[in-house]
Design a protein around this ligand. Structure first.
Ligand code: PLP
Length: 496
């Protein structure tokens, strides 16, 4: 098997092992770790079609994490994808009005972040052992809602780790907030910051880049790592479900071997769709990668014009996990289409940080022809939920509805009838009010948990465990800070 090393998107030198990249999270120069090349699948699609989710995950991850032994990797996979998921299939496909919804929300926090965050703690602690790290690992995470809970659920009580989560006060759904502030585990902390998601994310990045603080931490036996989707240990596990969905469609005779499919992804930080891009580059027969945005349509504008411009109003929508103006993982794509050229990428990222925008070259733009960008307005998103509920009885969440709406528009305008997989990123029970209001505005009179029960009734689906758990759970975290007070609160929690 070819050995895969990792380097930063912002420098030419210093390739490191996968376990080291996972441990570091972000490179010292502020860049993101990328594999020197994207490995090719070494099993045929036919062979993959006979495998379980865990087996496919192994076949994908072994090609990227080449310094892990078979036993180490299988151990991580088995501990992650077990009965914490409410279906043995882990990521089932549901056919809804002619497209396949890849349900990535059957994990403990009912959103797709579980797919990677259930395994990341095990990848991290294994990486620490492999590299003789004795410091306690401190995870800092900025969340627009789902990452925070999913990260805490993954790390809670994992020995040798602590986790601190920052979320924008008022920028997440009431159920998301309740899920976070009721999190158990002595090693977990949650803080609401007075600012939006981008400020939270920038704050976390600044703490990571603070060399002085890193020294102080090391002296006290701590080191930072990241659970955000910039960590390569988050990205790679996500590649697995795109390969798996293809294998599953093949196993069920919905496609023939080698037939190309389209993939639609509701996008925020660009991690999920980048995983689909990696799956395609590994040899999964994927044609179009359809990038769906909500009204924060910075990516749609980027794909249309080649200019990425974050200088615009930040809009709070009913799909808050996609309310993002700086899609961090896009940097990995920029690096790739620049021909793996760190200098070009660095110049563009410098423009992004000084002017809030950059423009790619025509050559780079030409390499984006597999991507299709579009967006859905709030009205369109709500209408999409209602339309497909009326047609089929299936209820999708607001994020998935953004993708479904973009897909429906794509088919109407192109007539492209390829078999299509839509990444379904959250359970409707996580965004109950917005989902139910889309079906009938009279539901708005109901309380949060009355809505949950009503959704269960009209959708004919049982209430997921993740929701039952928080009905009467005790609030365990009540912390707030200013956007510029994040470092102080981290120090306080660590007692340094
Ligand atoms: C995080 C998230 C997204 C966006 O995924 P990215 O990888 O950040 O693009 C979409 N939907 C839901 C429900 C999410 O939690």
């Amino acid at each position: 098997m070819e050995k895969i090393l990792y380097k930063s998107t912002r420098s030419k030198d210093g390739a490191i092992e996968a376990s080291q990249a996972i441990l570091k999270g972000l490179a010292d120069d502020g860049g993101l770790f990328v594999p020197l090349s994207i490995p090719k699948l070494d099993k045929s699609l036919e062979e993959l079609s006979k495998m379980s989710y865990q087996q496919v995950a192994y076949e994908v991850m072994k090609l990227f994490f080449t310094d892990f032994t078979e036993e180490e990797l299988k151990n991580c996979i088995d501990r992650a994808y077990d009965t914490k998921f409410d279906t043995e299939e882990i990521a089932p496909l549901a056919k809804v009005d002619g497209a396949y919804h890849l349900e990535l929300f059957h994990g403990p926090t009912i959103a797709f972040k579980d797919m990677a965050l259930q395994i990341l703690p095990h990848l991290l602690t294994t990486s620490a052992k492999k590299n003789g790290v004795e410091n306690e690992i401190v995870i800092l995470t900025a969340t627009s809602g789902d990452t925070g809970k999913a990260a805490m659920a993954g790390f809670a009580d994992v020995e040798g780790t602590r986790i601190i989560v920052f979320y924008p006060d008022g920028g997440v759904s009431p159920i998301q907030e309740k899920q976070m502030v009721t999190q158990k585990g002595a090693n977990t902390n949650v803080v609401a910051i007075e600012g939006n998601f981008d400020q939270a994310q920038t704050g976390v990045k600044n703490i990571f880049n603070n060399k002085e603080l890193a020294k102080e931490m090391d002296a006290k036996g701590f080191q930072f790592s990241s659970a955000n989707s910039i960590n390569i240990g988050r990205l790679v596990p996500q590649v697995a479900y795109y390969v798996y969905s293809y294998a599953k469609l093949l196993a069920e005779g919905k496609i023939s071997d080698g037939e190309k499919i389209n993939v639609v992804v509701p996008t925020g930080n660009f991690g999920n769709i980048l995983a689909a891009f990696y799956a395609k580059n590994m040899g999964t027969p994927i044609d179009k990668l359809i990038c769906a945005s909500n009204e924060n349509k910075v990516l749609f504008d980027f794909f249309s014009t080649g200019e990425y411009d974050k200088n615009r109003e930040f809009i709070l929508t009913t799909s808050p996990s996609m309310d993002i103006l700086i899609s961090s993982n896009l940097e990995r794509l920029i690096y790739n289409i620049a021909g793996n050229d760190a200098e070009t990428n660095s110049a563009m990222m410098a423009d992004l940080s000084s002017k809030g925008k950059y423009t790619i070259t025509d050559d780079m733009k030409a390499k984006l022809s597999d991507f299709v960008g579009d967006f859905a307005t709030e009205e369109e998103t709500a209408a999409t939920i209602k339309k497909h509920f009326d047609n089929t009885g299936y209820i999708m969440d607001t994020h998935t509805a953004v993708a479904r709406c973009v897909y429906d528009k794509y088919v109407a305008s192109t007539g492209d009838d390829k078999v299509t997989v839509i990444a379904s990123t959250a359970s409707p029970f996580k965004f109950t009010r917005a989902v139910m209001n889309s079906i009938d505005s009279n539901y708005d009179k109901l309380g949060d948990f009355e809505l949950v029960d009503e959704l269960s009734k009209i959708g004919n689906v049982t209430v997921p465990n993740a929701i039952e758990e928080i009905r009467n759970a005790e609030v365990l975290h009540d912390n707030k800070c200013a956007a510029d007070g994040m470092e102080d609160i981290v120090k306080k929690f660590l007692g340094i």
